[in-house]
Design a binder for this molecule. Structure first.
Ligand SMILES: [Zn+2]
Length: 138
């Protein structure tokens, strides 16, 4: 797990400000939009782990319950056919995007290609991405 600063923005109006996040307050320039010197430091926490053939990545931000960004990439067993496919899934809560791409690695055939607003995806009741584990149904 690593913690790193994303960007700095004005607390008052949200304008992004290019500025070292450890700059002394006195040295801060006024916000070009509203003249404030208060700043938000947007920090993200990144977790990456590899489980078997899959890579999981999560970006968390303090104050948000759910990760703002999740990414899964790796081999995924299609239960019905017993075929191993290559899966890439992105859940971008900041930009309200759900993407899922499943490809047959042998033929290059696209089995599933989803790119839709996350809110629409949620409405269908399968919001939570299933992480394939050893205890799945047969
Ligand atoms: Zn401002």
């Amino acid at each position: 797990m690593s913690v790193s600063a994303d960007f700095t923005s004005c607390t008052q109006c949200g304008t992004r400000i290019e500025e070292a996040h450890d700059m002394p307050i006195k040295a801060r320039a006024l916000c070009p939009t509203c003249g404030s010197t208060t700043r938000n430091f947007n920090v993200h926490i990144q977790e990456a782990l590899t489980l078997g053939e899959k890579i999981f990545l999560k970006h968390k931000r303090p104050g948000h319950k759910k990760p703002i960004f999740e990414y899964v990439s790796g081999n995924d067993l299609h239960r019905n056919s017993g075929q191993w496919n290559h899966l890439t899934r992105e859940i971008d809560r900041e930009n309200d995007r759900y993407k899922e791409l499943i490809i047959n690695p042998k033929t290059g055939e696209v089995i599933r290609n989803v790119d839709e607003p996350l809110t629409e995806h949620t409405d269908r009741g399968s919001a939570k991405p299933k992480i394939e584990g050893p205890e799945g149904e047969a």
